[in-house]
Write a new protein. Structure first.
Length: 286
């Protein structure tokens, strides 16, 4: 009640933080809090509803995966949709509250792409014409990093940035929240680039392994003179593709210099590739 008090025009950050702490401390906190917040968000008093939405977004930032799982359920999403729908409270909810609710749901589709129910709920609002276009998220909006995060995420491994982010998110100043938002975006971009590199490495090593195996089989048949014209063409195509994979492996090795385990995988793949190419030259040339 204190965190959403409609008589106070500014957010009571001390109470909001204490509410988040209580959610984290209580075993039933993550399941009870969304229900309490939904009731406040549906309040006919605009300020109470807006404060409740701020509390909700702060909980998303601070209350972890169990809280995220609860807000991603239709049971909770339907309570937010009622604020927008003319069949329920949409006729008397203020435009400011409806706009914030739309922003909240839209931002979750961006930050929790794995949560299908959130995406479905938002698409339904668009299909029914309740949401005409995607909202432009304000720069000072608190945007959470996606959860669950992969192992060795930059949010966990870069201690300096993580501490700075935690400090900025606890601030009451709008410029600090803007800085937090920019930092999250840059960290997400870094995370995506890191993930893309891992994906490239895994796919390339897998392709090398499959091509080398196929080449070895065809070369054995070639030695026994049991290779059809079509298989000979396949063998030549595989050889050409494997030649192109070599510089790709070298490039991956230079990108992965700081990861000993990944580098070992690349070098092992390169050894197999070099051996297969050597075998081809020896067998086919002779």
């Amino acid at each position: 009640d204190k965190a959403t008090d409609p008589s106070i025009p500014e957010e009571n950050w001390e109470c909001i933080q204490r509410f988040c702490d209580q959610v984290n401390a209580d075993i039933d906190g993550p399941s009870l809090a969304p229900r309490l917040l939904a009731h406040k968000i549906q309040s006919p008093q605009e300020m109470e509803a807006l404060h409740a939405l701020t509390v909700l977004e702060t909980c998303v930032n601070n209350c972890g995966e169990r809280f995220h799982n609860e807000i991603a359920k239709f049971r909770f999403l339907n309570e937010l949709i009622k604020v927008l729908s003319p069949k329920y409270y949409g006729t008397w909810s203020s435009e400011k509250v409806k706009s914030r609710v739309t922003e909240v749901i839209f931002s979750w589709t961006v930050w929790f792409p794995q949560e299908v129910k959130i995406r479905d709920a938002y698409q339904m609002l668009k299909k029914q014409g309740i949401v005409k276009e995607d909202p432009k998220l304000p720069e000072d909006k608190i945007l959470p990093p996606p959860s669950p995060r992969p192992q060795n995420s930059i949010f966990d491994t870069d201690e300096e940035k993580s501490k700075l982010l935690a400090r900025l998110l606890k601030s009451n100043h709008s410029e600090d929240l803007q800085a937090a938002n920019r930092l999250i975006k840059s960290m997400i971009k870094e995370e995506q680039e890191k993930s893309a590199k891992v994906s490239r490495r895994v796919n390339t090593i897998s392709e090398v392994s499959e091509n080398v195996k196929h080449m070895d089989e065809l070369l054995e048949n070639y030695k026994r003179q049991e290779l059809s014209k079509s298989d000979q063409e396949t063998l030549q195509t595989l050889f050409q593709r494997c030649e192109k994979l070599r510089p790709l492996l070298f490039r991956l090795a230079s990108e992965t210099a700081d990861d000993d385990e990944a580098l070992a995988e690349i070098l092992q793949a390169n050894d197999k590739l070099t051996e297969a190419l050597g075998q081809y030259r020896q067998v086919v040339a002779s």
